[in-house]
Design a protein around this ligand. Structure first.
Ligand SMILES: [Mg+2]
Length: 378
């Protein structure tokens, strides 16, 4: 099989309601915006990939990389990994393209990707990953609805200027859902986006103070409490508490993760195959982490295709404990998140996300919708 051509679309799929992500303070999202790539082959198969792209800033990437892909065999993922790594050297974020190769490999062999990479499980326990900062009473109400829907765990955003406000949200939710539901919190300190709304900047002292209080509230993990390269601060914090410390969503390639693992910065590593490393490197990171006794719960907060790709990695590794399920209605819903797919992902009756049985990434991209909301750039 040979890759014969590539197409790319800059898409803006409207959300049902504006969404206010804590990690981009001051700028509401009106759309689910992404760059979609479709690789075509001489066997008539197509493979899909997508990356979040706010204004189409990635539009030239598929065209540039097409010359490295066309006429090549998509099975040579190790070879392409080196291509995507070298793209980074000239400032281009290209890892997301790798998942289209796996989609092709899966379709060519008639197998879902996770089965080609080890098939450890066919479903993963989900946690509802919320994205907005909300008042304690409102968030407690949301959490009850989330519990009612069947989720066994919820992740809250804690990004208030004052520690008291962070703890008030967690306390209200704990009181509402009771002791049985797992609660995670995300401080979004690893890669702050500066320039619009206000946000706190944590240091090690604040992280240590706050994590003590979170310990008493029975929080399972605290995500991104410090900068993504503050290896010393992270390892000190991780060693100091029984709350899990997690992060890594924008750390890059196997080399960042080698440092994070060797220095024991995190208990739970969260590489994202579309942002950080690709699926094959994600498997390698999981192997390094397994040897060190650490958990790998991939980050999924991009879009439906990114979710599908990270889910395949979860199915293929033994040291994954939870599937991040981005969910914060009314702004961020499965329908809005997975708007480019024929069917949105959902949880089953027991709160698990099932690995799709269809080959490749196991998704069906709705090209009619992509064309309706996308500009063809290649
Ligand atoms: Mg996060």
């Amino acid at each position: 099989m040979k890759i014969t051509d590539a197409e790319a679309y800059v898409c803006h799929m409207p959300l049902a309601e504006p969404f206010y992500p804590t990690w981009i303070p001051g700028i509401p999202s009106m759309n689910n915006s992404f760059l979609l790539v479709r690789l075509l082959t001489d066997e008539g198969l197509d493979g899909f990939a997508a990356a979040p792209a706010f204004l189409g800033e990635l539009r030239g990437v598929p065209e540039l990389l097409k010359v490295f892909l066309v006429e090549r065999d998509p099975f040579q993922v190790e070879h392409f990994t080196k291509v995507f790594r070298s793209a980074k050297a000239v400032g281009i974020r290209a890892w997301f393209m790798e998942i289209a190769l796996w989609d092709l490999i899966g379709k060519a062999t008639g197998q879902p990707v996770y089965r080609l990479l080890g098939a450890f499980r066919d479903r993963v326990l989900a946690y509802a990953s919320t994205g907005e900062l909300r008042e304690p009473a409102r968030r407690a109400e949301d959490a009850l609805a989330i519990k009612e829907k069947g989720f066994k765990a919820i992740k809250l955003r804690i990004r208030s200027m004052d520690i008291k406000d962070d703890l008030a949200v967690v306390t209200a939710v704990r009181e509402a859902v009771g002791p049985d539901m797992d609660i995670m919190v995300d401080a979004n300190q690893a890669w702050p986006i500066h320039g619009f709304g206000e946000y706190p900047t944590w240091d090690l002292k604040r992280a240590m103070t706050e994590v003590k209080a979170l310990e008493e509230l029975g929080v399972l993990w605290l995500e991104e409490p410090l900068g993504m390269y503050d290896y010393d601060g992270l390892s000190t914090l991780t060693a100091s508490t029984s709350v899990g410390i997690s992060g890594g969503e924008l750390n890059n390639d196997i080399f960042d993760f080698r440092e994070l693992i060797n220095r024991r910065c995190y208990d739970v590593l969260q590489p994202d195959v579309t942002l950080a490393c690709g699926i094959l490197n994600g498997k390698k990171v999981a192997g390094m982490a397994e040897a060190a006794g650490l958990i790998v719960n991939p980050h999924t907060w991009t879009n439906g295709i990114g979710f599908a790709a990270n889910l395949q990695l979860m199915g293929a590794i033994p040291n994954c404990t939870f599937c991040e399920f981005p969910y914060d209605p009314p702004g961020w819903t499965p329908e809005g998140r997975d708007a480019m797919l024929s069917r949105p992902f959902d949880i089953d009756d027991e709160g698990f996300v099932r690995l799709p049985e269809a080959p490749g990434l196991g998704i069906e991209v709705d090209m009619e919708k992509v064309r309706a909301h996308g500009e063809k750039v290649l």
